[in-house]
Design a protein around this ligand. Sequence first.
Ligand code: 8YV
Length: 312
Amino acid sequence: MKPEILFTGKGHAATQATLEAEFTVHKLFESNEKERFLKERSDRIRAIASFGPSPVDGKLMDALPKLEIVSNFGVGVDQINLDDAKKRNIIVTNTPDVLNECVADTAIALVLCTLRKLPQCEAYVRAGHWASKGPYPLTTSLGGKTLGILGLGRIGEAIAKRAIAMGMKIRYHNRRKKDAPYPYDADPVALAKNSDVLMVVTPGGDETRNLVGAKVLDALGPKKYVVNIARGSVIDEPVLLRYLQENRIAGAGLDVFVDEPRMSSDFFKLDNVVLFPHVGSATTETRKAMGDLQIENLRLHFAGKPVRTRVV
Ligand code: 8YV
């Protein structure tokens, strides 16, 4: 008998195909009557394979009394209520490390695109402006600038390595000072004050909601930039939009948004923001590695062995 598992969202196709071959799969996201859907399967579902932002909370856990494990596709588990899982002795796993390099590449690409306005340069050529209007206006160098990393974890370290190679200096803020070779700032405002580019790499969730708001953006000021490859929730998005409209910061590079894939269309009118569609880890290779780890955790669990990357 194959163990029965629930998919919370439509996700990485190859991973979902492998899971469908090895397990009996139930697709919650395809049902219009979710409560009934869960009730009909409540005595059989032993695992959730979570994909994307749909919440895995106490209510869903209670609807599945046989639930043993939630195996998430992604390192961020902010959509999963970890306290609710802990209380119910439900294991939660994620997919750390395998995406560090890829997300760090995206982070540096966003810094380059935001300071050097590379997407705008490309659009300028395609619009025929180079020949008609002349050279593109000068932009801003990375070399010699300070990158302030808000959340120096494994991805932050990979970003720091790359930024140093590009001639940038590194500072950071974490809740606790680490044994790291970079200057530490005691809070996000101090970090913003001391940096030219504030790089947001913290986990999402309640603890970091709107961590970057007016105070931090004021500390950055009109000559400096913010880049977010973490979660949209970490930045107060309406405030950021207003600060960009009023040129109260120099610019922003954003890979993540509060209500993806939606955002205010007012962002589209601005020349001082670069917008990516949450592609931090979105390569064929990295998504396969993430899926393999998600699958491995489920296989290990159902083989009665300890999972590889346990969060709770
Ligand atoms: C993915 C991510 O976009 O790992 C994460 O936390 O945000 C990304 O790598 C996401 O997990 C896809 O569902």
